[in-house]
Design a protein. Structure first.
Ligand SMILES: C[S@@+](CC[C@H](N)C(=O)[O-])C[C@H]1O[C@@H](n2cnc3c(N)ncnc32)[C@H](O)[C@@H]1O
Length: 236
């Protein structure tokens, strides 16, 4: 790992550890307040299924997976939840217990890069604010193809990815290096997604501008990002 990657990963480890240990899933004003809207929308596509196999890449403490597990607890539902942070998987398993869905949650402490997605295995693969933290654009691109291969027929992918991220030091107003391992321009990211999933049915493709303050190593940074949400169904 190069120096930049080590620095960003260490800073992410600290900020995620802080939020995962101080905030209670679904009982907080932070981003852990509720599952994301697109996951809630996609869930209805699986109503009527008699079994469900799901993969959550960069799952955190299960904001989206616990919701799916609870919603489909009447059918056999197995969710492989992958995160490189041990504390995330620890809290995920606590949350699974608290929500009575332990039998549906398979916690895997591994990086997305290392986790090999088996072909034709999943009805639903999600990666919410996670793929932009992979170690290189090459790994990112090959993981997108692996995700497509990993979907079963009619399987759905849901990706939420930050793009064109800009950070500014709020005290000095100086531009700072964006603390994201992969920071693609929005149009390039959209073009990659439409090329990789060209033979899939697009269910959703949106870009939302967001702006918020975020604590960094030595200052508070004003972060501007275009959040790309992309959902598609594999049709063959
Ligand atoms: C912003 S959080 C989002 C968590 C979850 N997807 C959600 O929506 O609540 C990003 C998560 O991805 C994990 N992560 C970052 N880079 C990763 C990587 N290369 N492999 C696996 N997990 C990673 C982090 O540890 C963190 O838990």
């Amino acid at each position: 790992m190069n120096e930049r990657l080590v620095r960003i990963r260490e800073s992410e480890r600290k900020s995620h550890t802080e939020i995962y240990t101080s905030q209670k899933l679904y009982h907080t004003d932070s981003w852990l307040k509720r599952p994301i809207k697109t996951v809630r929308e996609i869930a209805s596509h699986f109503d009527g299924y008699d079994a469900l196999r799901v993969l959550d890449l960069g799952c955190g403490v299960g904001r989206n997976s616990i919701y799916i597990a609870e919603r489909f607890q009447k059918i056999p539902c197995m969710i492989d939840c992958v995160d490189l942070l041990a504390i995330a998987i620890e809290k995920l398993l606590d949350n699974a217990q608290a929500h009575n869905v332990t039998s549906s949650i398979n916690g895997i402490t591994k990086s997305i890069e290392e986790y090999e997605i088996q072909s034709n295995s999943y009805d639903f693969i999600m990666a919410v604010s996670a793929l932009e933290h992979m170690d290189s654009q090459e790994s990112f691109l090959s993981k997108l193809f692996e995700i497509k291969e990993g979907l079963r027929k009619n399987g759905i992918v849901c990706l939420v990815i930050n793009s064109s991220v800009e950070e500014t030091n709020t005290q000095t107003q100086e531009a700072m290096e964006a603390q994201f391992e992969i920071n693609l321009p929005t149009d390039k990211l959209q073009s990659i997604l439409s090329n990789v999933f060209c033979d899939c049915e697009i269910l959703k493709t949106t870009v939302a501008e967001q702006e918020y303050d975020i604590p960094r190593e030595s200052c508070i940074s004003r972060l501007r990002t275009n959040v790309v949400t992309y959902a598609a169904r594999k049709t063959d």
